[in-house]
Design a protein around this ligand. Structure first.
Ligand SMILES: [Zn+2]
Length: 157
């Protein structure tokens, strides 16, 4: 078992915090063990590359939360294309692609929500509805005028 694989299984067995962005402990225990496993004091470019390569031989199924944490951590030091290239078609590679897709979807939803709530958009929608109402009203008046003209012609009014 690689050093990193044993860190992941310890993290799982001992319930280490692997929550990305944990404000209570910063997942310190997990981070430190991972850094030791890739022979680093800090995650910088070189150690991130080592960590990425170590992930190629590990399945995220062992500890999905920890895997997600590590991929986010890699994203601090490496760009998306580099990470994709390192992980390739491994199971961590597909987890990474799923994470990117989920992020893109969330961004798209947020952008759509913002678009629908822009004051200009809301005002334009209101104006459209008001115009449609006015048009309907005009049609009703025209129909009434036609009916009245017919009744008049028949001498009923
Ligand atoms: Zn924590």
């Amino acid at each position: 078992m690689s050093d990193l694989a044993s860190v992941l299984s310890r993290a799982k067995a001992e319930h280490w915090c692997c929550r990305w962005g944990c404000t209570t402990c910063g997942s310190g225990q997990f981070r430190e063990a991972v850094l030791r496993a890739v022979d680093a004091v800090d995650l910088e470019r070189d150690s991130a590359l080592r960590l990425g390569r170590a992930l190629r031989d590990i399945s995220p199924e062992a500890h999905p939360d920890a895997s997600e944490f590590l991929l986010r951590w890699l994203g601090r030091e490496l760009n998306e294309a580099e990470i994709q290239e390192i992980l390739g078609e491994t199971s961590h590679g597909s987890l990474y692609r799923r994470m990117l897709a989920a992020r893109d979807q969330a961004n798209a939803r947020r952008a759509e929500y913002e678009r629908l709530n822009l004051p200009e958009y809301v005002a334009a929608q209101r104006a459209k509805k008001a115009a449609a109402r006015a048009e309907k009203h005009k049609q009703r008046l025209a129909e009434k005028a036609k009916r009245d003209a017919k009744l008049r012609a028949e001498g009923k009014i």
